[in-house]
Design a protein around this ligand. Structure first.
Ligand SMILES: Nc1ncnc2c1ncn2[C@@H]1O[C@H](COP(=O)(O)OP(=O)(O)OP(=O)(O)O)[C@@H](O)[C@H]1O
Length: 220
């Protein structure tokens, strides 16, 4: 699913955070939003994922103008098409790891049982097999991040939004996240990632530098 921002402007507390930014994330490609701290990477990621509304410009989702979509329409997009790999994003601390991975995708009994093969596979891929019954509140920050990744694997989304997905991980787990994002792109997903991680940004095939020029390598 293609996600496009056209001349997007965002002001927060009177500060112009995004100024006429344009970018296009395509199915099967990885787009890295890069730039120094405070340059607006997370803000642009939130705009592209419809979590934040714009003060000017247009956001197109699959060719449709999504700029004025109401809450119901945006929720449908998140449920049907998107996966988020955000730190702590949407994890329910008091529920089990399996429940958090399968959230809203399985009948209740199956979520509770945590025995579904897809959940087990996803947890295995992120190195959390054996932890499925543990409460998320008992996990470390990096482990929680991997639960978010397992959830994204389980969802089979059309577009993945990832905010600093390798922060607070060790080298092995950084590679795991990077490989996952590349594999998802290889199967046709549009991957959009805000990152400071030079290895991850180098692995992406398009980069938007928010503090200057577009260094995109991919043709439009
Ligand atoms: N909710 C908010 N309230 C006030 N200011 C905000 C808010 N969200 C973002 N900003 C401001 O917008 C600017 C861009 O923030 P953003 O988080 O998008 O940057 P970033 O490039 O992702 O930074 P980092 O690399 O540090 O995560 C910053 O100056 C930040 O202070």
């Amino acid at each position: 699913m293609e996600i496009t921002a056209q001349n997007v402007n965002v002001k927060i507390d009177g500060q112009q955070v995004l100024h006429d930014e344009s970018v296009c994330a395509k199915p099967g490609r990885t787009l890295a939003l890069v730039g120094p701290s405070g340059s607006g990477k997370t803000t642009l990621l939130n705009v592209l994922s419809l979590l934040r509304r714009v003060d000017g410009g247009t956001v197109l989702v699959g060719g449709q103008d999504a700029t004025a979509w109401d809450d119901r329409r945006r929720r449908r997009f998140w449920q049907e098409h998107a996966a988020f790999v955000f730190q702590d994003y949407g994890l329910i601390d008091e529920e089990s790891v399996a429940y958090n991975v399968a959230l809203s995708k399985l009948p209740l009994f199956a979520q509770r049982a945590g025995r579904i093969a897809g959940v087990r596979d996803a947890l295995e891929r992120v190195g959390l097999d054996g932890r499925s019954a543990h409460k998320v509140s008992t996990l470390s920050g990096g482990e929680k991040q991997r639960v978010g990744l397992a959830r994204a694997m389980f969802r089979s989304a059309d577009v993945i939004f990832a905010d600093e997905p390798t922060a607070s991980l060790d080298r092995n787990n950084r590679s795991l996240v990077t490989n996952f994002l590349l594999e998802e792109a290889a199967r046709g997903v549009a991957v959009i990632v805000a990152t400071h991680d030079e290895v991850l940004m180098a692995a992406c095939d398009q980069r938007l530098n928010l503090e200057g020029t577009d260094q995109g390598l991919a043709p439009p």
